[in-house]
Design a protein around this ligand. Structure first.
Ligand code: PGA
Length: 258
């Protein structure tokens, strides 16, 4: 059984004070949740303070990015050990905004994921196609390249420290969610790729999150799909009530097609 995971990606929002207020509200509101893992990813400058608020609670801390080297002359970068030092248990890598605006390649994402795993943290690795790629029939090829590239040299044993997130670029921040069927089609495909590379057991254990305009109103439908194990939430994670409602989504069974 895969434990659902709901992660909030706060992106470039919130001062330290605002981050702490939001984190405090979530920690208080979600203190009884044990059936779903909860992760929040504030900006770097808020991590240390938010880490203190999350310590010993049901809410875990993630960074939105990291560098692959532990230390050295890498101006402007933040390493995995330093992120662990302020309480991060998870790090998001390969977000489409990093691929698009900062030129991150599958190889670079893979090197970072391996650094995260080496230090005992969990890598939340994002993949997803653009609208253009989907419309030109490249969807599965793009996803396969990104998944295989990100997982290069990651061993079967290390896969327990990997969470994948499928985020169609055209659904991020646009209000356009992939339908639950569209999302499930890709999630099932990704699980098939994992099966091919790592075998049935690891494919069945690895969590695959969906991301792209997830809201309280669409989470239950998404979570009813067999291969959707949680969500990476952007916009709606900035409001405590919305994020808490997503974490507390109602479990519904998928309606059988008639
Ligand atoms: P969104 O962002 O929920 O605002 O669409 C999701 C993400 O980019 O992780």
């Amino acid at each position: 059984m895969r434990k659902p995971l709901i992660a909030g990606n706060w992106k470039l929002h919130n001062t330290v004070e605002e981050s702490c207020q939001l984190a405090q509200a979530l920690v208080t509101d979600l203190n009884d949740v044990t059936e779903t893992e909860i992760v929040i990813a504030p900006v770097f400058t808020s991590l240390s303070d938010v880490g203190k608020i999350c310590a010993g609670t049901t809410v875990q801390l993630a960074a939105q990015n990291c560098h692959c080297m532990d230390d050295g002359a890498y101006t402007g970068e933040v390493s995995v050990p330093l992120l662990a030092n302020v309480g991060c248990s998870h790090i998001i890598v390969g977000h489409s905004e990093r691929r698009q605006y900062f030129g991150e390649t599958d190889h670079f994402i893979n090197v970072k994921a391996r650094a995260i795993i080496k230090h005992g943290l969990t890598a939340i690795i994002c993949v997803g196609e653009t609208l253009e790629q989907r419309e030109s029939g490249e969807l599965f090829e793009v996803i396969a390249t990104q998944v295989r590239g990100a997982l290069e040299e990651i061993s079967p044993e290390q896969m327990s420290q990997v969470v994948l997130a499928y985020e169609p670029v055209w659904a991020i921040g646009t209000g356009k969610t992939a339908s639950s069927e569209e999302a499930e089609e890709v999630h099932a495909y990704i699980r098939g790729l994992l099966h091919g590379s790592y075998g049935a057991e690891i494919a069945a254990q690895c969590r695959i999150l969906y991301g792209g305009s997830v809201k309280p109103g669409n989470i239950s439908e998404l979570m009813a799909e067999d291969d959707i194990d949680g969500a990476l939430v952007g916009g709606a994670s900035l409001k405590a009530d919305d994020f808490a409602a997503i974490v507390r989504y109602k479990k519904t069974l998928k309606m059988a097609a008639t």
